[in-house]
Design a protein around this ligand. Structure first.
Ligand code: IVH
Length: 677
């Protein structure tokens, strides 16, 4: 290869890979399979290994890697990173609007609204289109250089096309809620301390000296503005956002321009109503004057520009008195502390109880009976005690740190603290009513068997009335026993039984998760099912075998083997098997050939009696891939009623279009081989 050859190829690979990153991480609409993507990345890696001089800082191979730093270098921001004044209610927003109009001497001012993302503020400097520096906000003047860690965020472009000599992009790094829940679950399973909220975990990940740790967290970013620029000028904030979008950034979603204040207030209220449904946390809405000249002319008071304001949602934290710490027993037997509080209103709801998570968290927070504490309530999740107030800490002569109880609060059995364990537990796993209740609650819950209409209340009732004694009994419930129970008519009984029946189809990895074996959380259940394929193979595995599973260390492996060897666990598994629950992973083992291996599908329109999720699951189970847009590499477009533009695209590119029934045939028997004609 001539010296121009590899250089050109490397540049092309970088461009193509970043294009795919953008499709996947920003647009959520990939157009190649994971394998194709990996091939491109590997080709680039090989090329750079052979020609190290071709390795540029904006190369996608540089996203992961780099050595851990000794410490972060402090950097001066090119322009100060300011803060926002708050409007806590409609009156304050109206007062701000009136002042803006008054100072600008205008009757009419246009605004832009955006969600105020609760994460970590960052500044990204692009010089001649290449990301050269990423920094935290710090004190607004000086931040920390976290470029290495920010490079690991795939939603951030490392290079932008047609770029000006200099542009500084501002944004907020966050961890999606779903990823946060998984991360905490994994940490808890591994006996590591959990994060209090997604914001802390995002900030903690970016402020790690080892970039490999940041790379391991599925962080993302919302960009919301532009700081210093050279060779780039916009008239309005809306233009800035549009420019960012076109340059490939992930811009705060659903930003809007508003001509009137009424519309703006309605938008702020809408965000407040919708916030719980988002996969990222927001704590308000940012309102900015759209016209940048007006914004600048309004100036800055202290550290707050007059041309923008944050509409803050009703606070979700309050202070109250912790009457005392009480204890419950958790699903795997560990003692769970919770707070008995002086009743208090938090965002419209009276809170009397709040969780303190676990023994270790309790110790870290150092709360004691009688403390004044900060309590937080967010959405449907159980309110939690955040910390004692500083005042409470100063007044400490009094209560001792709370200790876990000597006997189980649910069954009275003496508690134990295993030598190598972090939690105090109730050893009565088989018959402690507290543990059984928690186990049933977990078994029927969303990520597990997902039995609609079976929640905490039903679990409590059925156990108390002796209708069930454990999770396997759920499959022996019948109409006769249900009808007549308070709140159950024929219809609701039938619905519940249908939901129970439907759960027999729940895939094996979720059955494994539903069992509630210590050490087998959602993530580990997935990994174990993928590796061992069947319940029998898993039960026959040794700790050494299990240790080879991704993410499972020797301690967890030993716990898993011990629990699975337990006679009570084995009995339960056998009974569930007899009730028809899935004990085998569907589909071909990873890496082997499935009926649809190597084929890529695009779904469009509504398929009769087949949800998009189910169709995707079926295709993937058979080894195929589902992507969001049609290209020459698409094998089939599956079209239903009211297909979108993808159908036209398929016809244009010449990709085969099939209907639902043909898809089902393909899943069943694979594509016709060449000779079949
Ligand atoms: S604009 C003058 N827009 O909120 C400050 N900030 O106090 C310009 N934030 O930590 C900030 N979402 O990182 C702006 N859509 C958004 C935002 C946003 C979150 C954060 C920002 C800063 C704080 C402002």
């Amino acid at each position: 290869m001539s010296s121009a050859g590899p250089e050109k190829r490397a540049a092309e690979l970088r461009r193509v890979i970043e294009h795919h990153n953008h499709r996947y991480y920003v647009l959520d609409d990939p157009d190649v399979s994971d394998a194709e993507y990996d091939d491109l990345l590997n080709e680039l890696r090989d090329l750079e290994a052979e020609h190290p001089e071709l390795r540029t800082p904006d190369s996608p191979t540089q996203r992961v890697g780099g050595k851990p730093l000794e410490k972060f270098v402090q950097v001066h921001h090119l322009q100060p990173m300011l803060s926002l004044a708050n409007a806590r209610n409609e009156e304050e927003l109206r007062a701000w609007d009136a002042r803006v109009k008054d100072l600008a001497d205008l009757e009419h001012v246009r605004y832009v609204s955006e969600p105020k993302v609760d994460g970590l503020a960052i500044s990204l400097v692009y010089e001649d289109g290449v990301l050269t520096r990423g920094a935290t906000r710090g004190n607004g003047e000086i931040g920390e250089d976290v470029t290495q860690n920010l490079r690991t965020i795939k939603a951030l472009p490392l290079r932008i096309e047609d770029a000006p000599p200099l542009v500084e992009v501002r944004g907020e790094v966050y961890l999606p809620r779903s990823a946060f829940a998984r991360l905490n679950e994994q940490r808890a399973e591994a006996g590591e301390p959990t994060f209090a909220n997604p914001r802390n975990s995002a900030a903690g990940s970016i402020r790690q000296l080892d970039p490999a740790l940041a790379a391991a967290r599925p962080l993302s970013v919302w960009c919301y503005g532009i700081g210093k620029t050279e060779g780039l000028r916009h008239e309005t904030h809306a233009e800035e956002l549009a420019w960012l979008e076109a340059a490939g950034f992930k811009v705060t979603p659903d930003w809007k321009r508003h001509d009137g204040l009424e519309e703006l207030v309605a938008e702020c209220r809408r965000w407040e109503e919708d916030r719980e449904g988002l996969d990222f946390e927001i704590d308000g809405v940012v309102v900015k004057v759209d016209d940048l000249d007006i914004q600048r002319s309004l100036g800055v008071v202290g550290r707050e520009p007059r041309g923008a304001i944050a509409w803050k949602f009703a606070p979700m934290t309050v202070t109250t008195t912790l009457r005392r710490v009480m204890w419950n027993v958790g699903r795997t037997g560990h003692m769970v502390p919770f707070a008995d509080l002086e009743p208090v209103q938090v965002s419209g709801v009276t809170v009397k109880l709040a969780t303190l998570h676990n023994e270790e968290d309790l110790r870290k927070k150092d709360v004691r009976d009688g403390d004044e504490v900060i309590v937080m309530r967010a959405g449907d999740v159980i309110p939690q005690v955040v910390s004692p107030t500083p005042k409470a800490q100063r007044r400490r002569k009094r209560a001792k740190p709370p200790e876990p109880p000597a006997t189980c609060p649910a069954c009275g059995t003496e508690t134990v603290k295993p030598e190598d364990g972090v939690w105090t537990i109730c050893p009565n796993r088989a018959s402690c009513p507290g543990q059984i209740f928690q186990a049933v609650k977990h078994f029927v819950s969303k990520g597990a068997m997902d039995i609609d209409g079976f929640g905490e209340k039903q679990a409590q009732r059925f156990l108390a009335d002796g209708l069930i004694g454990d999770v396997a009994d759920i499959y022996e419930l019948d109409e006769e026993r249900l009808v007549g129970l308070d709140g159950f008519g024929e219809v609701s009984a039938r619905n519940l039984l249908a939901a129970i029946d439907g759960s027999r189809e729940v895939p094996f990895f979720r059955v494994l998760y539903a069992l509630g074996v210590p050490g087998i959380g959602y993530v580990n259940a997935r990994a174990l099912a993928a590796q061992f394929r069947t319940m029998d193979a898993l039960m026959a595995a040794t700790a050494e075998d299990i240790e080879t599973t991704d993410g499972i260390g020797p301690v967890l492996a030993a716990t898993i083997v011990e629990t699975l060897a337990d006679e009570a666990t084995r009995d339960l598994i056998e009974r569930l098997r007899r009730h028809g629950l899935q004990m085998e992973q569907e589909g071909p083992p990873p890496g082997s050939d499935g009926k649809l291996t190597g084929l890529t599908f695009v779904l469009t329109g509504t398929l009769p009696d087949l949800s998009r999720e189910r169709a995707t699951e079926m295709i993937e189970t058979a080894g195929g891939k589902v992507t969001g847009s049609v290209s020459k590499k698409t094998s089939y477009v599956v079209a239903g009623a009211d297909p979108g533009s993808k159908l036209a695209k398929a016809e244009q590119v010449g990709v085969a279009v099939i209907d639902r029934d043909t898809l089902l045939e393909l899943v069943e028997s694979g594509p016709p081989s060449q000779g079949d004609g």
